[in-house]
Design a protein around this ligand. Structure first.
Ligand SMILES: C[S@@+](CC[C@H](N)C(=O)[O-])C[C@H]1O[C@@H](n2cnc3c(N)ncnc32)[C@H](O)[C@@H]1O
Length: 221
């Protein structure tokens, strides 16, 4: 599925990969931390346990996701990213870790949620610094919109969370407004899991630019 206007939230550009990224990418299908979603995912089949499951959308270089997954091994994490370099990077980072609670996939999160995730099955969804598409003419590419929120509300269990951080003021305000218009969610305190998260590459860039960081946390009623 594309977004409301039939437009994707990303543009795939072929970025030069390092030899390590290439190596991990080529061997991804043999990697225990990687999976290809070709049907509705069965969390028990994937993780071999019934622990809560959180989806992190657009993990970028993967440092935050790996840090959180290592800290909370009693929680399962699925990381989804469209960029090959991100996939190669994260698989390299976890190659020596024996992390059984983290599974990675190389896919469009919107299509994945629509086609591969059961309704009322996730305990939480996080998006750290989603692409801001700062030019007004590109706002239609932003992943967070009313239709996407509606999709999230179907996939999360009651009491489950959506956590978003952004450093773009008008995107932050837009997200707040979109949640306010959706009666299924209510604002909540920051999610404990992420309280002491490491600063991401995009967050660092925002801070350098003097941007305020919006920490937005909502729960499904
Ligand atoms: C600005 S980066 C932020 C990366 C990371 N979360 C961080 O804070 O450093 C946004 C990421 O979202 C990914 N992305 C955008 N749309 C996506 C989609 N529909 N499905 C999966 N990943 C997506 C992009 O490839 C990009 O790596």
């Amino acid at each position: 599925m594309k977004n409301q206007q039939g437009i994707k939230s990303f543009v795939k550009r072929s970025k030069r990969l390092t030899s390590a990224q290439k190596l991990y990418l080529c061997n991804k299908n043999k990697n225990i931390n990687y999976f290809t979603p070709n049907k509705i995912i069965d969390y028990f089949e994937l993780f071999k346990n019934t622990n809560p499951c959180i989806l992190d959308i657009g993990f970028g270089d993967g440092k935050l996701l790996v840090n959180i997954a290592k800290k909370y091994q009693e929680i399962n994490f699925i990381g989804i990213e469209v960029y090959d370099s991100g996939i190669g990077n994260i698989l390299k980072q976890i190659s020596k870790e024996n992390l059984y609670n983290l599974k990675i996939t190389n896919f469009d999160a919107v299509e994945f949620l629509e086609n591969n995730v059961n309704d009322i099955s996730l305990d939480g969804i996080s998006l750290f610094f989603p692409d801001p598409w700062p030019k007004k003419k590109h706002h239609k590419r932003r992943i967070l919109n009313a239709k996407f929120l509606d999709l999230l509300s179907k996939k999360i269990k009651s009491g489950g969370f959506v956590k978003i951080a952004t450093d773009w003021e008008n995107y932050g305000n837009d997200i707040i407004e979109t949640f306010e218009k959706n009666s299924k969610f209510e604002k909540t305190n920051d999610i404990d899991l992420f309280k002491f998260r490491p600063i991401t590459k995009f967050e660092k860039r925002g801070i350098t630019l003097g941007h305020k960081i919006f920490e937005l946390s909502y729960k499904l009623k």
